[in-house]
Structure formats: structure tokens, C-alpha cells
Design a binder for this molecule. Structure first.
Ligand code: ADP
Ligand code: ZN
Length: 324
């Protein structure tokens, strides 16, 4: 296993640069890790040309001032992650105006350093196993419940890969009996995102303000059931040792973690035991930094693989290295 972060030379190595490209904002981070963030700036996500030019300008500035060891791009999706596909590093069929089929990895290729590219949630999951709530775990899931539901699923240290990246927010789950509220997903009547995302909450509230919601409001029941069903599916398929749930809804409603865990245990019905010596469904430990540090984790792993290419798979390197 590679140890990253220990230097034998006296010369300080350059930091890593990361770009968390979101639908509304883009956070650029220059860092060695959570304890040493050298610089950070936020760019509004506007049109693709303007946004990419702004990112390039930040990277050029940092490259000139500090040098860069690697760059990570953590992007909203869907994205192409297949290195053999000419669209690798591009955003695919997004609804975001102007961004469909937009190359994003190109902002980072002029610097001659390793570039890592993945979805924002896969990157966030890697940051959490590197430095946060999944530290030391090889099987772990990071879920964000915001406008949509995204899942970064780590299996044996790697984000899952297949015909695309995971879209577990769109698995179909049973509705609670009597729950006939319209789905917020325009593709599925009963997927988790349609029933339990922030957008689903808005539909369920029918004009009520989310700010005043109490923990015992009945609006949470069908959402908890849908999320517990999704966690049940995760546990039954790849068996994460912990599931961290972040995003705007869970950040504002921290009672939900324990309630989803209780509903998960009830749903598993004793057939599979989850570890309960500490919270299994938990908040991401890196808080607001989970996303930005995800891009740094991608940069670090890209650098690690380039440094020792025979020790890891090339498309999504293992990122487990405990330095203490
Ligand atoms: P994004 O996914 O766009 O980054 P956020 O993670 O900030 O968005 O989450 C936005 C969602 O948070 C909205 O869909 C909204 O329904 C939800 N939200 C806003 N206020 C509250 C609240 N007080 N309690 C629970 N959810 C809330
Ligand atoms: Zn759906």
C-alpha cells in the first residue's frame, strides 16, 4: 500500500489543486489535505466557456505561484468516466442549459501533472474514507440529499464503475402505504430521489416553508422509509461498513440520521447485522469541506498512480493510506 503524505526530501512538495464543479458554484481548492488548505476560491457556475476560463485562470495562478503536484476535478453529472471513451472527462446529458457534452477535464491538462476525474459524490466518498467518517474503511457509501440524491459507493477502496457511474438515487423503492404524493423525478414515480430528495420535500410541503419543520412532522415518514429502503439495498449488495449522509436536507435536519438507521435495522429484519458499535448512518465528518476535499482526494490519487502505476488500477486508484 502506498503511503501518501510522507516526504523523505527536505524540499516542500507542491500542493494539490482540486475543482468541485457544481451546478450553481464551483469551489477551487489548493491543499495538502484538510489540515493544510493553502487557498480556496468560489466561482459562480455560469456558461461553460466563461466558467472553464475562470477555472483555468485560478489554476494558472496557483501553478505559477506554488507549482502543482496533481489536479482533481469532481463534477456534477452525468459524466463520462471511461478512459477509453473519447468523451472521457465530459459532462453528458445534463439538463443544465449549455452544459450538455461539455469537456471539463480540459481545464487541467495544460499543466503536465496527473489529473483525476470523477463525479462529485464519488470524490466526496473518497475524501470521507481518506480523512473523515469512513476513515480506514474499504467499503463505504456517501449519500447527498439535496436538490437531488447522489451516492458515491466505494467498493474495496474504489468507486464503482460500470456502464456509467452509480445512480443509486434512482433505484425504485416501495412507497409507504397511503403515500400518493407526486414524485419529484420526471423519469420515475417511485425512485428515492423522487420520494426523498430536497425537491421531493418541496413537493410534499405543497407551499409550506421547510424552515419551520419540526422533527415530528409527518412529512419525514415517507422520506425516511425511502432512504432506509435505499440503504437496505446498499447493505444487501456491496455491504458498506458505514453510510454517511450529507447534503442540504440532512445538514438542516440532523435527527434524520438516527431515524434512517432505525428504519434500516427494522427493514433488514435481523437477516443482516450492521455494525452498531458506533453510528452506521452518520453525518459526513468533513462537513462543508467534504466536496472540496473530494477534488483534492482525486488529485492525490491521480498523483499516487502516476508515481507508482504498477500498484493500482489506472481508472480509479485505491485511496486507502493511513498515515497515523
Ligand atoms: P444542492 O443539492 O443544490 O446543493 P442543497 O444541498 O443546499 O442543494 O439542498 C437544497 C434542498 O434543501 C432544497 O431542495 C430544500 O428542499 C432543502 N431544504 C431547505 N431548507 C430546509 C430545511 N430547513 N430542512 C430540510 N430541508 C431543507
Ligand atoms: Zn428517478
Amino acid at each position: 500500500m502506498r503511503i501518501v503524505g510522507h516526504q523523505t526530501s527536505d524540499a516542500a512538495p507542491p500542493p494539490f489543486a482540486g475543482v468541485e464543479l457544481g451546478g450553481t458554484k464551483c469551489v477551487c481548492t489548493l491543499a495538502y489535505g484538510p489540515d493544510r488548505i493553502v487557498d480556496q476560491c468560489t466561482i459562480h457556475t455560469t456558461g461553460p466557456d466563461e466558467t472553464r476560463d475562470a477555472i483555468r485562470a485560478v489554476l494558472r495562478q496557483w501553478h505559477g505561484d506554488h507549482g502543482l503536484r496533481g489536479i482533481g476535478i469532481a463534477s456534477f453529472g452525468p459524466v463520462c468516466l471511461d478512459p477509453a471513451d473519447p468523451r472521457y472527462g465530459s459532462i453528458l446529458a445534463t439538463n443544465k442549459p449549455g452544459w450538455r457534452d461539455t469537456d471539463v477535464i480540459g481545464v487541467a491538462t495544460e499543466f503536465g501533472v496527473p489529473v483525476g476525474f470523477d463525479t462529485d459524490v464519488n470524490a466526496a466518498a473518497l475524501a470521507e474514507i481518506r480523512w473523515g467518517s469512513g476513515r480506514g474503511l474499504r467499503d463505504f457509501a456517501y449519500v447527498t440529499v439535496g436538490t437531488g440524491i447522489g451516492v458515491g459507493l466505494i467498493v474495496h477502496g474504489q468507486p464503482t464503475r460500470g456502464i456509467g457511474h452509480s445512480e443509486i438515487g434512482h433505484i425504485r423503492v416501495p412507497r409507504l402505504p397511503g403515500d400518493h404524493v407526486a414524485s419529484a423525478c420526471r423519469y420515475h414515480d417511485d425512485c428515492v430521489e423522487g420520494l426523498a430528495s430536497g425537491s421531493a420535500l418541496v413537493v410534499r410541503l405543497g407551499g409550506r416553508d421547510a424552515a419551520g419543520l419540526s422533527a415530528d412532522d409527518p412529512v419525514w415518514d415517507p422520506m425516511i422509509a425511502a432512504l432506509a429502503a435505499m440503504c437496505h439495498a446498499l447493505v444487501a449488495t456491496t455491504g458498506p461498513w458505514r453510510i454517511a449522509i450529507g447534503g442540504g436536507v440532512f445538514e438542516r435536519q440532523p435527527h434524520l440520521h438516527a431515524r434512517v438507521q432505525a428504519a434500516l435495522i427494522a427493514s433488514l429484519a435481523g437477516y443482516i447485522d450492521i455494525p452498531t458499535d458506533r453510528p452506521f448512518v452518520t453525518a459526513p465528518a468533513l462537513g462543508q469541506l467534504t466536496g472540496p476535499l473530494g477534488s483534492i482526494a482525486l488529485a492525490e490519487t491521480a498523483w499516487a498512480v502516476a508515481d507508482a502505476p504498477d500498484t493500482a488500477r489506472t481508472d480509479a486508484p485505491i485511496l486507502l493510506h493511513q498515515n497515523g
